[in-house]
Design a protein around this ligand. Structure first.
Ligand SMILES: Nc1ncnc2c1ncn2[C@@H]1O[C@H](COP(=O)(O)OP(=O)(O)O)[C@@H](O)[C@H]1O
Ligand SMILES: [Mg+2]
Length: 199
């Protein structure tokens, strides 16, 4: 059976990743393409425990532990969910992947791009997406779109998110990401994403 396609939607908080992931899922559904949606961290029983640890604002977690926890949740997700789905021919839509770790922990928390990349190559076994979309948006606008209570990561200041945004730009070429302008309206971005996919 033909392997499914692995699509990752990346970008800072509030740029529209979840909105676009869901629209893409609806589109695949309408085309009769089998798919699964995963968000990070989480998506497995162990991953959901780790998610709670990572996002709870009461937890004090040192940067390297934060990095390793994300990598652990990702390793579980790949083995338990992503690889089995791809091998059954399902498409996988992942709301974030290892790029987030390189940017949020490697660059944002100064652990280093290379260190976090190496850890994640081990955690993922080198599994890379077929398509990675990077939604880019001015940091002020992105943060203003997060209406609800902020989690442990989202509570970090403007400087941190500015670094995160710039960090993504540094990854663009290395990871062959497709840059999407997050200022456009939701439907327009959706059409742009679909136009890049080969079916
Ligand atoms: N292109 C867009 N223009 C305006 N608002 C948007 C756009 N995309 C998403 N939003 C809104 O911004 C908020 C954050 O979107 P979301 O998809 O949750 O972002 P993320 O998953 O990247 O944090 C939501 O309220 C969503 O409806
Ligand atoms: Mg989201």
């Amino acid at each position: 059976m033909e392997k499914g396609k692995f699509i990752v939607i990346e970008g800072p908080d509030g740029v529209g990743k979840t909105t676009q992931s869901k629209l893409l899922c609806q589109f695949l559904q309408s085309k009769g393409i089998k798919y699964i949606y995963t968000r990070e961290p989480g998506g497995t029983p162990i991953g959901d425990y780790i998610r709670e640890l990572l996002l709870n604002p009461e937890n004090k977690i040192v940067p390297i532990a934060e990095c390793l926890l994300y990598a652990s949740a990702r390793a579980q997700l790949i083995e338990e969910v992503i690889k089995p789905a791809l091998s059954k021919g399902y498409w996988v839509i992942s709301d974030r992947y290892l790029h987030s770790s390189i940017v949020y922990q490697g660059i944002g928390l100064n652990l280093g791009h290379n260190l976090v990349e190496e850890i994640n190559i081990i955690a993922t076994g080198g599994l890379m997406p077929d398509y990675t979309f990077l939604i880019d948006l001015d940091t002020d606008i992105a943060l203003s779109r997060i209406g609800r209570t902020k989690d442990r990561i989202e509570s970090r200041g403007l400087d941190y998110f500015q670094k995160v945004r710039e960090g993504y730009h540094k990854l663009l070429n290395e990871y062959n990401m497709i840059l999407i302008d997050g200022n456009k309206d939701i439907e327009e971005i959706h059409r742009e994403i679909i136009s890049k996919l080969k079916f």
